[in-house]
Design a protein around this ligand. Sequence first.
Ligand code: ZN
Length: 165
Amino acid sequence: METITPAGSQRCACCDFQPARTRVAGTSLCLTCAPAYALDQDGLDHLAHLIWMPRFDQGVLSRMVRAIHAANLLAESVTDTAIHDQAQRGKHILDALIRTRGQARECLGIDSLTQLRKTVSSMAVREFVGRSSMTGLRVLLYRPAWFAPDVDLYRQDLLTALDTP
Ligand SMILES: [Zn+2]
């Protein structure tokens, strides 16, 4: 994974909404979507969960998750009751998304992205045929953080987007 510094005007190839800040295998992605494409990245399980969410594609999920993380971050620095209410609702939505890990576990027998990478890398191509029932699997960036050593990159990117020091 390669970090794009500074962020340019190119949009993420997955959500088509947020600025691209990383490249994974040559594809430009935002920080919320990138973990879904970087299963080989060390520390992935400390930031992201495998969940079951067939109603949203990965890009829609990322837009929602980024808004939740942004509301929580904004609530840390303001006293506005409306912002705190939004942040609280966002936490409830994030908790509900995290609970869908159980459905991912039922579907695959695993809910860890590291385990998924190991399992998929050992499967033959013919084993993927007929697996369309797994199209509800998504990667949820449940923590507003980034991979070591740039653990604060996600938070700084959000603060820049919020125009907050
Ligand atoms: Zn994105």
